[in-house]
Write a protein that binds this ligand. Structure first.
Ligand code: DO4
Ligand code: MG
Length: 281
């Protein structure tokens, strides 16, 4: 089952997503649904199905959840750590160190303010010449770090700003349109093995594919529960927090995002997150 949100009267309403049609769940946002499924001890999908209208309507889904906080994990795939050590870094092997050590890299990625849904523009900073998509599996947290569901994320990042100096990481990571989420949320109980997903990413420019990459989440070097456990150490993130699990697909410099580029991130079990790049600021 695929869940999401629609915005019929400029207010987010949860919905069961069935292709182009949706069945709204009146008086509930996705956060309400997640909280209610925990209080009632009912699986999210079962609850959603029971509360959803029988009548399907045509709506474009918006963000599957309105996240109070988004956090990113880094260097969780060998490709990401190796690329960054070769190209970036102010200390020898800084990224390999994080890949290897027990404590993962976890950084603040922003709030709903910087997030966009599938179909909305992702941002390129005017002071960056090498902005890249980072296709990632994302988890939506319930209370006490429970994984409520999965979605896809694009951790759009200004790699040249990150490369210039490690202390510039927040500027490379957080700005308008830096985080795409969606298209839907798949309840955790319906995706029992998040470590066997095939993810692909393509970039289309002027109708032509200029980049195509893929990775299996089997190559994720950390358990998702471990990432969440470190995130929540002395840091009680609220229900609905989204955690990006890191990228395993690296785009070469020739494919730095340009305005109008269309980025498609896809996992068959979750769907396709599609965004066009646009200058922001
Ligand atoms: O510090 C670098 C960020 C790494 C990252 O976002 C990733 O590996 O996905
Ligand atoms: Mg990332």
């Amino acid at each position: 089952m695929r869940l999401g949100q629609i915005k019929p009267n400029n207010t987010a309403v949860a919905a069961v997503i069935e292709g182009r049609m949706v069945r709204p769940i009146p008086e509930h946002t996705m956060l309400d649904l997640i909280r209610r499924s925990e209080v009632q001890r009912t699986p999210l999908g079962t609850l959603a199905n029971g509360l959803a209208s029988r009548h399907a309507e045509e709506h474009l889904p918006v963000l599957p959840v309105t996240p109070p906080e988004v956090w990113g994990c880094g260097c969780t795939y060998e490709t990401s750590a190796a690329f960054r050590d070769a190209e970036h870094g102010t200390r020898e092997g800084m990224y390999a160190h994080v890949y290897r050590e027990a404590r993962p890299e976890i950084f603040f990625k922003g709030t709903a303010r910087v997030c966009v849904a599938s179909g909305q523009p992702i941002g390129i900073r005017p002071d960056s010449q090498f902005t890249a998509p980072e296709p990632e599996l994302a988890v939506v947290l319930g209370t006490r770090g429970r994984i409520a569901g999965y979605t896809l994320a694009n951790d759009v990042s200004a790699w040249d700003i990150e490369r210039e100096n490690a202390l510039y990481l927040p500027q490379s990571k957080i700005y308008d349109g830096c985080c795409a989420l969606g298209p839907v949320l798949v309840p955790a109980e319906e995706l029992p093995d998040p470590y066997s997903l095939e993810m692909t990413c393509t970039i289309e420019r002027d109708g032509r594919e200029v980049f195509s990459g893929s990775v299996s989440t089997a190559r994720l070097h950390r358990r998702i529960e471990t990432l969440v456990e470190f995130l929540r150490r002395a840091n009680h993130v609220p229900t609905g927090t989204v955690v990006l699990t890191g990228t395993g697909i690296i785009v070469p410099r020739e494919c730095a995002l340009a305005p109008g580029d269309r980025v498609r991130i896809s996992v068959p079990e979750i769907g396709e997150l599609v965004n066009e790049a646009a200058m922001v600021g």
